[in-house]
Ligand binder design. Structure first.
Ligand SMILES: [Zn+2]
Ligand SMILES: [Zn+2]
Length: 264
C-alpha cells in the first residue's frame, strides 16, 4: 500500500471514491436490513415496539437518502484525509496488535467512543441555538418520524462538523486501524438503531445497571419530538449529568416494550 503516494491527486481521488463506495455501501446495508426486517417482514413481536405507527411521507425517504449520500461523501473525504495523515506519520494509528496488546483494543475503542460522545453532545446542544439550528441542523429534524434511512441525513454543514472528530482523535489516541474501522461501523449501526422507529432493546433495559447508559430508539425519538432533551449520541451520561434527559423516557420505554408479553 505504501508504494502509492496518497497525496498524489489521482490516487487521492481514487481513494476518496473507494471510501465513498464503502460508506454508502455500509449505510445502505445497515439501513436496508433494518428497513426490510421492520417494514417489509414486519415481525409480529416487534409490531407493538413501533414508536410511531403512522405512515411516513414517501418524499421524506428520498430526502433522507439524498442527504445521507452527501454526508457519505464528506465522511469519505475525511476518511481519505485520515489515510494521508496516517501515511505521513501524523497519526497514532498502529498496525501491530502486539504494540499495545489485546486488552488495549476494547479500551481504546471505549475511550474514542467517550470522546466522540462528549464532542457530539456539546456540538449538538450548540446546533440547537436558534440561528445555528435553522442554518445546519433543521435538515436532520425534518424527519419528525425517523427511519433507518435518517441515520446520516444531515445538512453538509453538520456533516462536516461531524466528520472532523475521528481525524482529531487519531492524532493523539493510539488506535489499531481495525479499532478505527470498528468505531465507524458502530457509529453506522447505532445511528440506524436509534432512528429505526422501533425499540429493539429488551424490557427493563432503561433501568438496567448497564442498559440505562445506552441510547436507543425510544431515547432518540424523544429528541426528534421534544427538541429540548436527549442530545446524546451513543450514551446517556451527558444527558443525565446535564439534566437534559427527557422525563418521558422511562414511561415511553415501558410503553414501547410492554405489549410483547400481553400478546402471547
Ligand atoms: Zn437535534
Ligand atoms: Zn436524529
Amino acid at each position: 500500500m505504501h508504494e502509492y503516494d496518497f497525496t498524489e491527486p489521482i490516487t487521492f481521488l481514487t481513494l476518496t471514491g473507494l471510501m465513498f463506495l464503502t460508506v454508502v455501501f455500509r449505510y445502505s446495508l445497515v439501513a436496508g436490513i433494518f428497513h426490510i426486517v421492520f417494514y417489509v417482514i414486519d415481525p409480529k413481536d416487534f409490531r407493538s415496539r413501533k414508536i410511531h405507527k403512522a405512515e411516513r411521507d414517501s418524499k421524506q425517504y428520498r430526502k433522507e437518502i439524498f442527504w445521507s449520500t452527501f454526508t457519505s461523501l464528506l465522511f469519505a473525504i475525511a476518511g481519505a484525509l485520515m489515510m494521508v495523515m496516517w501515511q505521513r506519520g501524523y497519526t497514532q494509528v498502529y498496525e501491530e496488535i502486539a504494540a499495545y496488546g489485546w486488552w488495549y483494543l476494547p479500551l481504546s475503542f471505549l475511550i474514542a467512543a467517550l470522546i466522540h460522545e462528549t464532542y457530539y453532545y456539546w456540538l449538538h446542544r450548540w446546533m440547537h441555538k436558534p440561528k445555528i439550528y435553522r442554518l445546519i441542523h433543521k435538515v436532520h429534524h425534518d424527519s419528525h418520524i425517523t427511519s433507518p434511512w435518517t441515520s446520516f441525513s444531515f445538512h453538509p454543514g453538520e456533516g462536516l462538523l461531524q466528520s472532523l472528530i475521528i481525524p482529531v482523535i487519531i492524532l493523539f489516541l493510539p488506535m489499531h486501524y481495525w479499532t478505527v474501522v470498528t468505531l465507524l461501523t458502530f457509529m453506522t449501526l447505532t445511528s440506524a438503531i436509534n432512528h429505526s422507529n422501533v425499540e429493539v432493546y429488551p424490557k427493563g433495559f432503561h433501568k438496567h445497571w448497564l442498559g440505562r447508559w445506552f441510547i436507543g430508539a425510544t431515547h432518540h425519538n424523544l429528541h426528534h419530538t421534544q427538541y429540548r432533551f436527549n442530545f446524546g449520541l451513543y450514551f446517556t451520561f451527558w444527558d443525565k449529568w446535564m439534566k437534559t434527559e427527557s422525563e418521558k423516557y422511562a414511561r415511553d420505554f415501558e410503553r414501547h416494550t410492554s405489549h410483547i408479553e400481553d400478546e402471547r
